[in-house]
Design a protein around this ligand. Structure first.
Ligand SMILES: *Cc1c(COP(=O)(O)O)cnc(C)c1O
Length: 353
């Protein structure tokens, strides 16, 4: 055929040909333990702010760079608001950070298994990815990550989907030796015990990224943030652009971070208690769940996809991970109120082989 047969699709970015839309099974299910959101509900002050939203929150543009939210985050994290950048979910913060510090063809280094969005975000930005397998003890291979000489090195702690916190020793090695920017993704750190927020504010090449989607129960509002040096945060804001956090999301997130900390803390306490109890029950069934520092656990099991399908038919959604590096087939199960965990145990008992 002639050149005229070229379709607009032929002009799409070449790097996008290998990308498919993100499509985990989100068919509604009686109990959804598949995405690690807060299963206890909405923080009360945030909810009342949402219910009482005035008209100008809808008709007018939001603040350019969410300065009110940045102040609330600074207060919560114990850093200056100039050390904070926000975004439309932490996915947006991660995307903007990767874009800000990479040119087409640059390298992003991450671990595997780790957060599945990172290779995708790298690909979306025309970058190459180095995936370094976790060690057998599920700590990162810090030396191999550093040896990649990447423009951006990503570390997730506690790690999704394995659930374990990465050792401070390994993360400090990466921070001390990495060639470029280091991202520490702390999406689940409210459920663990360690953090790099304060370290990041005092270093010149580290961003600690967090979200309101998990412990804070605001996933639908899409609010995430990062803490880092002022110069770094400014570069991320350039790449992010203005108006990324809606007014209603900013108001609710600000309320949650200032007035709902007790509620959040109590729910985190419940998760930690239920997590230990759930792991005990699984071990009692002869299963081998991994220890967790997050609000989910990873359960290596034969034929994860089929087990998840059977659990779904019994009304409990969990996230299957077929053939994960290091652990093999596994189910990731979010931790919520105990009655949900009892249903998960029942569905699992009938489904697991
Ligand atoms: C859920 C999750 C995020 C994304 O959260 P949003 O703020 O909702 O975009 C980021 N990192 C990790 C590791 C996550 O599990």
């Amino acid at each position: 055929m002639t050149e005229r047969s070229a379709t607009p699709l032929d002009r799409a970015r070449a790097a996008y040909r290998g990308i498919s839309l993100y499509q985990p099974d989100r068919t509604p299910c009686r109990i959804d333990l598949s995405d690690n959101t807060n299963l206890f509900g909405v923080p009360p002050t945030a909810l009342s702010i949402l219910r009482a939203a005035p008209e100008n929150v809808i008709t007018r543009y939001p603040l350019l760079y969410a300065d009110r939210l940045k102040a609330a985050i600074g207060f919560y994290a114990g850093v200056n608001e100039d050390n904070v950048v926000t975004g439309c979910g932490s996915d947006d913060v991660l995307d903007s950070t990767i874009r800000a510090f990479c040119d087409p063809g640059s390298l992003v280094a991450t671990s595997t298994p780790s957060f599945a969005m990172i290779p995708l975000l790298a690909q979306m930005n025309g970058l190459d990815v180095v995936e370094v397998p976790l060690r057998n003890d599920l700590d990162i291979d810090a030396e191999a990550l550093v040896a990649a000489h990447a423009a951006v090195t990503y570390v997730c702690t506690p790690n999704n989907p394995t659930g374990n916190a990465i050792s401070r020793e390994s993360i400090d090695y990466v921070i001390d030796n990495a060639a470029g920017i280091v991202i520490i993704d702390e999406a689940y750190s409210e459920f663990g015990w360690d953090s790099w927020l304060l370290d990041a504010a005092g270093l010149s090449h580290v961003l600690a990224v967090r979200t309101l989607s998990k412990a804070f129960g605001l996933a639908g509002l899409r609010v995430g943030y990062a803490v880092g040096a002022r110069e770094l945060v400014t570069e991320v804001e350039k790449s992010r652009g203005p108006y990324k956090v809606s007014s209603i999301a900013e108001d609710a997130a600000t309320a949650a971070l200032t007035s709902d900390l007790e509620w959040v803390g109590e729910r985190v306490g419940e998760v930690i208690e239920n997590r230990a109890r759930f792991i005990d029950e699984l071990r009692g069934m002869g299963l081998k769940p991994l220890d967790s520092d997050a609000n989910f656990i990873l359960l290596p099991t034969k034929d994860a996809a089929e087990t998840a399908r059977q659990m779904r038919m019994k009304g409990v959604a969990v996230r299957p991970f077929p053939a994960l590096p290091v652990t093999g087939d596994a189910l990731r199960i979010s931790i919520g109120p105990w009655h949900m965990m009892e249903d998960a145990l029942a569905a699992l008992g009938e489904s697991v082989r």
